[in-house]
Design a binder for this molecule. Sequence first.
Ligand SMILES: Nc1ncnc2c1ncn2[C@@H]1O[C@H](COP(=O)(O)OP(=O)(O)OP(=O)(O)O)[C@@H](O)[C@H]1O
Length: 241
Amino acid sequence: MPASTVSERQGGGVRPLHFSGIQVDHRDGDGRLFRVLDVSDFVVPPGALIGLRGPSGSGKTSLLHLAAGFFLPDAGSISWGDLVVSTMPGAARDRWRRDTVGFVFQDFHLVPELDVLANITLPASFSGWRQTSEQEARATTLAGRMGLTDLRRRAAVLSRGEQQRVAIARALFNAPALILADEPTASLDPVHAAEVGSLLVEVAKESGATLLCASHDPVLLARMQQVGMIGDGPFQLKAAA
Ligand SMILES: Nc1ncnc2c1ncn2[C@@H]1O[C@H](COP(=O)(O)OP(=O)(O)OP(=O)(O)O)[C@@H](O)[C@H]1O
C-alpha cells in the first residue's frame, strides 16, 4: 500500500517536535511529589525515527503522552514547528492531535464491540467523515500488511497480539505526520514483533512521518536512528545499537 505522503495529510505536514525545559511531577501513594521527567532540550527532527528506552516506570509513556498533548508538563513547553502544543486551549490541542498524531497505546484502547475494520477506521469517524470505499480499502490494505485477514471479527475476541496489530493499523490509518508508539511490539511473539516493527518503520519512512517509539525490544530499537535514554541520569540521545 502506498502510504499517503506529507502533502496529502490533513495536519500541515511534518515539523520538528521540540521538548524544552520539561519537568513532570506526580504524587506517590503518600501524596509526596516525585519527579518523573526532566528533559532540558530534546528536538526530534522531521521524519526522524527515535526510540525511547528506560526501565519500567522511568517515564517513557509519560513522554509520549506529553508529546500527544494528553496532559501538560509542570514546567517547559512542547512545540510542533511553530505551534506550541502545550499552551493550546484544550479543543485546539484535540484538533491538532486528531489531524497530526497517530498513537499506538500500550493497552491498545480498542472498542471491544467493534470489528477490526471499524476499529481501524475509527479516526475517520472522529473527523466526522463518512466512511468511503477508499477509506475501507486503505484500512483493508493496512490490516493485510499487519497480517490481519478477517476484518469482521470483533476486537473483544482477538488475541492480545492481534489487538496490538489492529491498534498499530488504526494509528497509521490517517497517515499521521507524527507516530507515537508505546511498546508497539510488546504483545507479539518474536517473529510477529520483527514483522510488525519493520512495517511500522517502513510506513513511517514511506510517508515521511516522524516516529517516536518507546520499547524494551532491542530488535525494534535497533531499527531507529537514535535512542533516547530515560531514567538513567539526564535524558540523552544515543546512536541506536
Ligand atoms: N497520573 C499519574 N499519577 C501518579 N503517578 C503516575 C501517573 N502517571 C504515571 N505515574 C508514575 O510515573 C512513573 C512513570 O510512568 P510511565 O508509565 O511513564 O513509565 P514507563 O517508563 O512508560 O513504564 P513501563 O515501561 O512500565 O511502561 C511511574 O512511577 C508511574 O507510576
